[in-house]
Structures are given as structure tokens and as C-alpha cells.
Design a binder for this molecule. Sequence first.
Ligand code: SAM
Length: 224
Amino acid sequence: MLKNYLATKDTVKGSLLNSLAAVRKRSLKRTDICDHLETIFLECLGIYPRLIVELGCGDGEPTFVLERVAKLWQAPLVSVDSDDRREVGTYSGRFFIQSDDIELAPRFAGWCAQRNIPSVIDLLFIDTSHIYEHTVQEIRDWFPFLAPRCKVIFHDTNLREVFVRKDVSTGKGWDNERGVIRAIEEHFHQTFAEESDFTSEIDGWLIRHISHCNGLMVMDRYEG
Ligand SMILES: C[S@@+](CC[C@H](N)C(=O)[O-])C[C@H]1O[C@@H](n2cnc3c(N)ncnc32)[C@H](O)[C@@H]1O
């Protein structure tokens, strides 16, 4: 028994370091999110997710990271995108759903029940249209599925026409009129200075923000 436990621990430890190395290697490709891949990976190790949901897969940069977290814990990863992005992942526990995420929300519980997956999300990653009205709807329709203790990560909380990475290289973005951050502000009834890094505690949530590379908001709810 103890031998099995130690063997499992060693396997997780080995794959954890291998995964971290793979994530670091992936971060070398300059994208709109490259600076955050390692942060997302390390952040997500802190919880033992039973269900991970990703809204918006794009070219699969965060998918690459979330798959590695999911694999470590043998957790299902549900990836949702309005375009066909099934090919961006390789993890056998990844379920790709091609759908508008707002249209999917009311049938998500049924989808989970059919697959014997509890419709309680421990880790929610959101990176879709970056439009204010849509982000408001995502918070309204997807937050009810969150576990009492959970983690939510938004990308593009500081989207601009030109974004700057940690290494001061730049990339082309667009002005979404603070769409993502404005929707989060509205949810928490609080304004945020998205051009800076900050930590805040609001209504049982620990909120941390990283401003560069289009902005990343990491939110941990510790009181459900
Ligand atoms: C900015 S990309 C994500 C890019 C990703 N961060 C990456 O680096 O590969 C946004 C993705 O969200 C998807 N998307 C946009 N609106 C959506 C919606 N309403 N429902 C589901 N997916 C949506 C798009 O098809 C696109 O693949």
C-alpha cells in the first residue's frame, strides 16, 4: 500500500517537472498570452480539480497548459469554442464542445450528467470574445457552476491596441473598451486599475492581477 502510494507520488512529481519544462518551452513562442503560461500552470497546481472548463481555445496555448494540469490529476477538461478547435489538444480526458458558450450554459448540467461528470467547476478559464456584454453573460451563466472553493482565470483584462510582454517586445492587440475588466468590475461592484499589478480581497475572493501581456486576472474563492 505504502509502496503504491510512494510510486504514485513519484510519478506525479516526475510528470509535474516534465510538464513544467514543456510549459516553459511553449512560452518561448511569442504569442498574446506567452508570459502567462507558466503562471497559469503553477496557479492551477494549487488545487485538486475535479472539473476544469476552458471557454475559448484559440490556437491552444492555454489548452496546452490546462491539459497538463488535468492530466496530473486525471481530471476532465471541457474545452468550449464556437469554432472547431478540437485539434488543438491531445489529452484523452479533454472533451471539446463546439458551441457558443452562452448557448451551451443552460444545457451544460445535462451534458455533464450524460457523461457522469459532476457539473461543478473547480477551475474556470475564460478567454473568448473580450466584449463587455458577452463577458457579463459569461459571468452570469458560468459562475453558478463554480465550486464553493474554486479558481477563475480571465485573460485579456488589459487589452490594448499594442501590448507589451515581460521582455518588452510588443504585439498587436485591439481596443476592447475595457470589456473584460469592466464586466469583472461590475460583478464585484469595484473599480480596478488594470494597467497595474494588484492584489485585492473582495467578498471571499482573493483577486490578483498581472498587467502585462494583455492582462491576467487570477481569482480564488476561498469562501463559497
Ligand atoms: C482570443 S482567442 C483565444 C486565444 C488563446 N488564448 C490562445 O492563445 O490560443 C478567443 C477564442 O474564443 C472563441 N470564442 C469567441 N467567442 C466565443 C463564444 N461566444 N463562445 C465560445 N467561444 C468563443 C474564438 O473562436 C477563439 O477561438
